[in-house]
Design a protein around this ligand. Structure first.
Ligand code: TRP
Length: 438
């Protein structure tokens, strides 16, 4: 019943979310939307893609903007080719198990780890530099951001999380949370890994800094042709005239081009730079290249924006799919931490089951010169204790029989063991069953 690392699902689970705090831009597209759609088409992957609207509350207090952004990001993902039949596509706030899991993880996360989160630390450093209280204007939501993100990931036991470089620390924190929870309550979570798209680790914006809502330097993914052209004309360049050679290295224009173009096309523009192409002409080439990729998606995007009820229905269907996993998993986790009916008889048994899953045999020789073995659980508690053997070989054979045949070998072995207490028998049987299952 447990989803444990001992029995990994045969497929790789990908999961990623986008915060619904604004209009999707080219940086979101090349860094997240496009790679996630591509990954979802591979065989042997199961994908979970969602709109991180709980996260948006940390930054935005304009309800209409959050609603609009949710629609725009969902429509962008769908227009870019995401197939909701193939993937689990949902809105975070439609899965109430996620905030519940956030609390469980909060209780196993060191506060010191959260103190070191980049986003929180940046706010503290800024306040300190300004000579105001370190936590001035910092909400507990900002502080807890990594835990909510950990819950997003661990809820579905994702293996790979495609994110930008700036998110690596969050994935490492999610790994920590998985490990601390597993350590306390048994193996429930798979520690996830970040998956970085190297070629587009960060897309520069109009001013050359990382394209980001917070720098106000973005190019919206779905601008009209005219708008797109105008925005691209505004990308900062230097003052070199046509005819003067230009370096592609460090040029925002070139980097954006590279994120859309083939290797060959990229090599072509690099050559043109060296040969002194004028900035106006280079911008025209960039505009045409981006437009070639985006134009076919514009119609579908506009249709979805004009028919929000279609997007709403898809998201609700996605939430049903997501909850088919989240609801039973959360029930398992609630029981694991001890939030369970007072009438369950399985309390003791359950805790043992995680410990006995890692039980092992120890063979040793005592001062009396005889050979012994015991079966101990993960905490070193003795589950079975053998009587004395004259030869290590017979002891070894008995261990082998128990290891390979499990509980079936138990009746015969009992003669060679110290009496097993009745209340111990459950744990012994579970441990042997787990050993033979490996
Ligand atoms: N923090 C991510 C960002 O700002 C968005 C996000 C929220 C996310 N939860 C996630 C990404 C879980 C990956 C997995 O880009």
């Amino acid at each position: 019943m447990l989803t444990t690392p001992n029995t990994p699902p045969p497929v790789t689970r990908f999961l990623t979310g986008i915060t619904t705090s604004g209009t999707p831009h080219l940086g979101n597209y090349v860094g997240s939307i496009r790679p996630s759609v591509r990954a979802s088409l591979n065989a042997g992957v199961e994908s979970f893609y969602f709109l991180a609207d709980y996260h948006s509350l940390i930054k935005i207090d304009e309800p209409a903007r959050i609603q609009r952004s949710t629609l725009e990001i969902a429509a962008s993902w769908l227009a870019a080719g995401l197939d909701p039949q193939r993937v689990t596509f949902y809105r975070q706030s439609d899965v109430p198990e996620i905030p519940e899991l956030t609390w469980f993880l909060t209780c196993v996360t060191g506060k010191g780890i959260l103190n070191r989160a980049h986003a929180y630390k940046a706010s503290v450093d800024k306040n300190t530099a300004a000579g105001v209280d370190a936590d001035c204007d910092v909400t507990a939501g900002l502080f807890m951001y990594p835990v909510l993100m950990g819950a997003d990931i661990l809820m579905f036991n994702a293996h790979k999380v495609p994110v930008g470089r700036d998110q690596i620390q969050h994935i490492e924190m999610a790994r920590d949370m998985a490990n601390s929870f597993n350590h306390r309550y048994g193996e429930h979570f798979v520690p996830p890994q970040a998956e970085i798209e190297e070629s587009v680790a960060t897309l520069p914006g109009l001013d050359g800094r990382k394209m980001s809502k917070s720098y106000d330097n973005t190019i919206p993914l779905f601008s009209s042709r005219e708008q797109l052209k105008k925005l691209i004309a505004g990308i900062v360049t230097d003052s070199r005239a046509p005819g003067e050679p230009k370096e592609s290295e460090g040029s925002a224009l070139f980097q954006i081009y590279q994120a859309f173009a083939s290797k060959q096309e990229t090599a072509g523009l690099r050559k043109a730079f060296a040969e002194g192409i004028g900035w106006g002409e280079a911008k025209q080439i960039l505009f045409e290249r981006i437009d070639r990729e985006i134009a076919p998606m514009r119609e579908r995007y506009q249709h979805l924006i004009d028919h929000p009820q279609e997007v709403e229905a898809l998201l609700l269907a996605g939430a049903t799919k997501a909850r088919a996993i989240a609801t039973p998993f959360m029930a398992q986790l609630r029981s694991a931490v001890g939030l369970r009916p007072l009438t369950t008889g399985a309390q003791v048994h359950r805790e043992k089951s995680s410990k006995v899953a890692a039980a092992s045999f120890k063979q040793y020789r005592e001062k009396d010169g005889k050979f012994y073995f015991k079966l101990v659980d993960a905490d070193g508690a003795v589950l079975l204790q053998s009587l004395a053997f004259d030869s290590p070989k017979v002891a070894g054979q008995t261990i082998a029989a128990l290891q390979t045949q499990g509980t079936k070998a138990l009746p015969e072995a009992l003669a060679l063991l110290q009496p097993v207490a009745a209340e111990q028998l459950d744990a012994v049987q579970a441990a042997l069953a787990a050993l033979t299952a490996q």
